[in-house]
Design a protein around this ligand. Structure first.
Ligand code: NAD
Length: 265
């Protein structure tokens, strides 16, 4: 974070915000006037372009931290560093996530471990390091980007579904622990959003189910959603930005579907 950070602007840290939903959330929070710490992988020049564009377009400070969400030491350094530089942390969005699609008896152990680490344990670590500052402030907004797969399962996604059900439980537990301290903790549960994460799983799902890639989109992905439409990045970002507002203090411990009616089935 540059030295120009103004204490009057809230600080939002969004994990996995170099792409897809996380980048959309960063855009929405910057548009609402928050300084940002963005995080995630990518080509250094692309990340710098994104960082500089967000700052210039919205007139806020934007820092980038390359912390790997599978490494607890890097997560601690990222959160502590942000708080030390800015003196506060108002909004924490746990969004970084990966996916792997395979039958359970063929599921690579390293993929299981990575999905549990990045999609679930990373949030445990960011939250435990951010909470002391939020408690001191008497204010905090934590939003976990879960998934419709926090509420229902699909075959061949054992690690992802386990991690996302886990983050729903983590959300509720932390919400109860900090309910009297001005801190809300919620999860949003998107259906399918056409980001790189979803594009990458289409060929594997086709292989696992023995169908074409077109059939995966039509008969697996969009078939789950009564709207027959992908959820958009902008819709998810708007919900997260809403939960990050100060006037949402009574929404906490919620696990909110945004999935075109999928879990109403
Ligand atoms: P994406 O692949 O576009 O973005 C993932 C982000 O996480 C990227 O910025 C990537 O660099 C980052 N990331 C991955 N591994 C990381 C690591 N080890 N350390 C730090 N950053 C890392 O995917 P997306 O679809 O935007 O997914 C974002 C979140 O939304 C995930 O938690 C995902 O499970 C969830 N989600 C996505 C969908 C969907 O349909 N796309 C649906 C429901 C939930």
């Amino acid at each position: 974070m540059s030295s120009t950070h103004r204490a009057s602007r809230p600080l939002a840290l969004i994990t996995g915000s170099t792409s897809g939903i996380g980048l959309g959330i960063a855009e929405a929070l910057a548009a609402g006037g928050a300084d940002l710490v963005i995080n995630g992988f990518g080509a250094p020049h692309d990340i710098e372009d994104t960082r500089a564009r967000l700052a210039a377009q919205h007139g806020v400070d934007v820092a980038y931290d390359s912390a790997d969400m599978s490494r607890p030491d890097a997560i601690e350094a990222m959160v502590r560093g942000a708080i030390e530089r800015c003196g506060r942390i108002d909004v924490l969005v746990n969004n970084a996530g990966i996916q792997h699609v395979a039958p359970i008896d063929e599921f690579p152990v390293d993929k299981w471990d990575a999905i549990l680490a990045i999609n679930l344990s990373a949030a445990f670590h960011t939250i435990r390091h951010a909470l002391p500052a939020m408690k001191r402030q008497g204010f905090g907004r934590i939003v976990n980007v879960a998934s419709a797969h926090a509420l229902v399962a699909s075959p061949y996604k054992s690690a992802y579904v386990a991690a996302k059900h886990g983050i729903a439980g983590l959300t509720k537990t932390v919400a109860l622990e900090v309910a009297e301290q001005g801190i809300t903790v919620n999860a949003v549960c998107p259906g399918y959003v056409l980001t790189p994460l979803v594009r990458k799983q289409i060929p594997d799902t086709a292989r696992a189910r023995g169908i074409s890639e077109d059939e995966v989109v039509r008969n697996v992905l969009l078939a789950a959603q009564p709207t027959r439409q992908f959820v958009t990045v902008e819709e998810v970002a708007a919900l997260v930005a809403f939960l990050a507002r100060r006037d949402t203090a009574s929404i906490t411990g919620a696990v909110l579907p945004i999935e075109g009616g999928w879990t109403a089935h």
